[in-house]
Ligand binder design. Structure first.
Ligand SMILES: Cc1cc2nc3c(=O)[nH]c(=O)nc-3n(C[C@H](O)[C@H](O)[C@H](O)COP(=O)(O)OP(=O)(O)OC[C@H]3O[C@@H](n4cnc5c(N)ncnc54)[C@H](O)[C@@H]3O)c2cc1C
Length: 321
């Protein structure tokens, strides 16, 4: 393992300064970063621990329904916090479905969003696109767990469950760097994720996710997270779905396990679900329309069926026949 220095950042300025070094990276719980270092696909010289930054562990719920979640909030805290469960049930359920109790206790929200893909070619340090090679080795290889939607060379999927829930809650991320803070939508954070070899986010060198922000519209309504796995526990989603019928009646839905970033269900499908009055035929038609643009590879066609099944289940739940 490449030798490295450990820097526990005391505040945002200290973290930004330390992360200014070209070979420094943020450290959350280390449950993914240390593994990628042992797998020799990451070789940082300095790990900048963000967990002691003021407010980094805080869950702040505002009276208007909005919230601020510090970057180092534990996944376990999201899963068990009464206020999160009451206001943002989809997020609480997604967090509760992450890995194991140990991973949820160590893993942080910022690290969960910035974790690297689980693609086995990438993880085995083979010369795939994400490891600096010319092409995606999964495209014509072992692609059982890969994407149905990609706009780039890479066919890996994003492993995060919380990301799927945050997508339907229309969360944004606060990013801190040498020039202060900026706020990005999740689409902006992951823009071009499949086209970039050195990571999945648009964070510039020295920047880190300092908080996740939930708007007032994220609170309440009907919301849930549904996850399909190859086995019953301690696994990543083959396909998952988050759904939110907001208090103003608008429905937002997103898939997990199908793309390397946020994957909203087609707007026309969301609009029809918002309108309601669905019957068996329209539910079938909507589930087909939602996957119309999917591009299955040789071994992951089952994900189309799984995604359609999750969508049908969600529609029946939100709009009982
Ligand atoms: C066996 C196993 C099963 C798992 N199952 C699931 C699952 O079912 N669902 C799921 O969602 N996840 C799953 N995970 C992933 C696990 O939840 C992540 O490892 C964890 O969330 C990462 O958080 P961390 O704080 O440990 O990140 P770290 O390991 O510390 O960091 C991960 C990456 O994020 C970067 N980073 C960390 N913090 C920040 C920040 N604030 N800003 C910018 N970049 C940052 C690091 O530099 C690194 O590149 C699993 C992991 C394992 C090992």
């Amino acid at each position: 393992m490449h030798p490295f220095a450990y820097h526990p950042a005391s505040d945002a300025a200290d973290a930004t300064r330390a992360l200014g070094a070209p070979t420094a990276v943020p450290l959350g719980g280390g449950t993914d970063l240390l593994v990628t270092m042992k797998e020799e696909i990451a070789h940082p010289d300095t790990l900048v621990d963000l967990r002691r930054l003021p407010g980094a562990r805080d869950i702040v719920l505002h009276d208007d329904g909005s919230a601020r979640l510090g970057c180092a909030v534990r996944i376990a805290d999201l899963a068990t916090h009464a206020g999160i469960a009451e206001r943002y049930a989809a997020l609480a359920q997604a967090a509760a479905s992450v890995g194991t109790p140990q991973l949820r206790t160590m893993g942080t929200l910022g690290g969960n969003l910035a974790q690297r893909p689980r693609c086995w070619y990438f993880r085995r340090a083979l010369p795939c696109f994400k490891n600096g090679g010319p092409s995606c080795l999964a495209e014509d290889g072992e692609n059982h767990y890969h994407a149905l939607f990609t706009d780039g060379a890479c066919h890996a999927v994003h492993p995060s469950d919380p990301l799927v829930a945050l997508t339907v809650l229309e969360a944004t991320v606060e990013v801190t760097g040498a020039h202060g803070t900026r706020v990005l939508t999740l689409d902006e954070l992951f823009a071009g994720a499949a086209q970039r070899a050195d990571g999945e986010t648009t964070l510039a060198g020295g920047e880190f996710i300092s908080a996740v922000l939930l708007p007032a519209t994220a609170a309440g309504g009907e919301q849930f997270y549904d996850k399909l796995m190859q086995r019953g526990a301690w696994d990543f989603a083959t396909v998952s779905l988050a759904a939110h019928r907001r208090t103003d009646g608008r429905v937002l839905m997103a898939f997990g396990g199908l793309a390397l970033g946020p994957c909203r269900v087609a707007a026309s499908v969301e609009e029809d679900v918002t309108t309601g009055g669905l019957d068996d035929d329209s539910i079938d038609a909507l589930s087909e329309r939602a996957l119309y643009d999917a591009k299955p590879l040789e071994h992951n066609g089952y994900k189309v069926w799984q995604a359609q099944a999750l969508l049908k289940r969600a529609l029946r739940r939100m709009d009982p026949l």
